[in-house]
Design a protein around this ligand. Sequence first.
Ligand code: PBG
Length: 334
Amino acid sequence: MTARYGGFPGARPRRLRTTPAMRRMVAETRLHPAELILPAFVREGVSEPVPLASMPGVVQHTRETLRKAAAEAVEAGIGGIMLFGVPEEAKKDAVGTPGTDPDGILQVAIRDVRAEVGDDLVIMSDLCLDEHTDHGHCGVLDAEGRVDNDATLERYAEMARVQADAGVHTVGPSGMMDGQVGVVREALDGAGYQDVSILAYTAKYASAFYGPFREAVGSSLKGDRKTYQQDTPNAREALRELELDLAEGADMVMVKPALPYLDILRRIADAVDVPVAAYQISGEYAMVEAAAANGWIDRDRAITETLTSVRRAGAGMILTYWATEAAQRLNRGE
Ligand code: PBG
């Protein structure tokens, strides 16, 4: 057979897969600790961390263990931490008062983490009411029990101010209210926080994979979020959300969940010139952990493969509950 260099047998893609060194050299996508962001839960009024049954390895932190986790995250070289507060059940109400109380658990946690790590980690906070409301919705309700978009925006503006007062670097409005990014930007600027950035949950889909998160934040939600979060079949709609978020002043944009929405991630990454993040959510974490616990998949390889896929699809940053562990492994050269 004569060698035909435009095709087989001259051309053999397998040549570039022959050794680990060769594969490493030609890898098109690399993971780096700095692009990983750790979502972390802190629960008010607990003296020991509370393990989450549906997220083995993840806990609701006490204030003290959260500080330790933040220090460990810095040590591992990860980029940021996204904080979620879990207030005492009795403090939740219809308008989510703990979310705007300067002494609410999330604000306390932001101050704690800022005191612990300063600027060594980008400190981010969830800007949403669902952890703080007794009905579990991401906003306040109108007389008919529907989520009231514009009344909710006023609450978000207040949340932005108290989170910034507490020392957060970046807020993450995650409620999918129309106009939320603009209102948050205005509130921050009006309070002198021009340097506090916004990571917009731009394309956030109503997903079954949030299930374990609801346990993680002790959510009181009955029903679903389909009137505000996006509908799974829609992709163009994500581009419309993107356009609006950018016009309203989003500094960074996010797609969520990650793995079931890689096509959305790719379209958004191709369309923007701001940093793009993806959130590998609780259910994505739980699936891998559960299958691994059964011996059905190789846990560490599955983690690396999912993170690499999300990165390859266009995410410059990944929120993942494995952030610190994955970074530690990367640091060891694994
Ligand atoms: C809303 C919020 C949710 C998550 C992050 N921010 C829950 C929801 O929208 O229902 C989910 C994260 C995860 O599942 O890991 N505050």
